[in-house]
Design a protein around this ligand. Structure first.
Ligand code: UTP
Length: 296
């Protein structure tokens, strides 16, 4: 059985989805590039991965996602310009963004499971993290670091879960579980987007996964079932995980921190306000401005 004991050093960022909930903003611009104050959404996730010890990052992209590659590319002209204007700190910040990332194209957006499978040649036979950049999590230590600690301790895959009100549960993958200890669970089943009445619990899967490479064969099997018509719809990561659950224990954990789902408009707006109010240079004047707004 694939182990997690050797460190998790790779992270996959599926970013090939169409972002339809954010149209028309996402017609010509990836939703991962929408800024929370002055930093694109995906950069929060990449900084989280790096702070959790990740060294190699794979971004799964698709049509219309070039801005992501441009953002993380080295920009000598911009750095030189900033240096020449005496803005060395800003130049250093821009340089730090230019990390060495790998990109793989999904071709067709056939589902999250398919996006993860597309990264297989770059991940190889090692444990790895999957980060859905939409879920921006403010936590110390970072959400991924907290999850990696649990996965190393239990030596198995770990999914991030959060308690979600019944009215919203049908938008998520949901777990059935046995408790291991406070905030840590052994998964007994997973259901993708259940009707509220059929949801096995209120613990919903959030956009962070620590996985073992045996998930890839499970995703291949799931892809074959979708292709043959035996399974309808997209190649779901949740269904791949269900197959993996038949082979090995899978765990889930909650983490302390604040999560924003920036993939929908309200969640995005909340995140912008949250991060603006955390910025020493903006907090005070922004708060003053918010206080002047009429309620109606
Ligand atoms: P979402 O369910 O949020 O879909 O995907 P989406 O297309 O990004 O956005 P909406 O729902 O149309 O507004 C969850 C994650 O999986 C990635 C997305 O980029 C996002 O990070 N994904 C989804 C892929 O990379 N490929 C796919 O085929 C589907």
């Amino acid at each position: 059985m694939a182990t997690v004991k050797n460190r998790v050093t790779k992270a996959v960022f599926p970013a090939a989805g169409l972002g339809t909930r954010f149209l028309p903003a996402t017609k010509a611009q990836p939703k991962e590039m929408l800024p929370l104050v002055d930093k694109p959404i995906i950069q929060y996730g990449i900084e989280e991965a790096i702070s959790a010890g990740v060294e190699d990052i794979v971004i799964v992209t698709g049509r219309g996602k070039n801005a992501i590659e441009d953002h993380f590319d080295v920009s000598v002209e911009l750095e030189t310009f900033l240096e020449s204007r005496g803005k060395s700190a800003l130049a250093a910040e821009v340089r730090a963004i230019s990390r060495s990332l790998a990109y793989v194209r999904q071709g067709e957006p056939l589902g999250l499971g398919h996006a993860v499978l597309t990264a297989r040649p770059l991940v190889g036979n090692e444990p790895f993290a999957v980060i859905l950049a939409d879920d921006v999590i403010d936590a110390t230590p970072s959400a991924l670091a907290q999850m990696i600690a649990v996965s190393e301790e239990l030596d198995g895959p770990v999914l991030l879960v959060e308690r979600v009100p019944k009215a919203q549960i049908s938008g998520y993958g949901v777990i059935a579980y046995e408790p291991v200890r406070e905030g840590v669970y052994r998964i007994t089943d997973l259901v993708e987007k259940p009707e509220a009445a059929a949801a096995p619990s209120d613990l919903a899967i959030i956009g962070r996964y620590v996985l073992t490479p045996d998930i890839f064969d499970c995703l291949e099997d799931e892809a074959a079932s979708v292709k043959s018509g035996e399974v309808q719809g997209e190649i779901q990561l949740t269904n791949g995980l269900r197959r993996l659950l038949a082979q090995r224990p899978i765990y889930a954990c909650e983490v302390s921190g604040v999560r924003h789902d920036t993939g929908n408009k309200l969640g995005f707006l909340k995140a912008v306000v949250y991060f603006a109010l955390k910025r020493p240079d903006l907090a005070e004047p922004f708060r003053q401005y918010l206080d002047t707004l009429p309620r109606a």
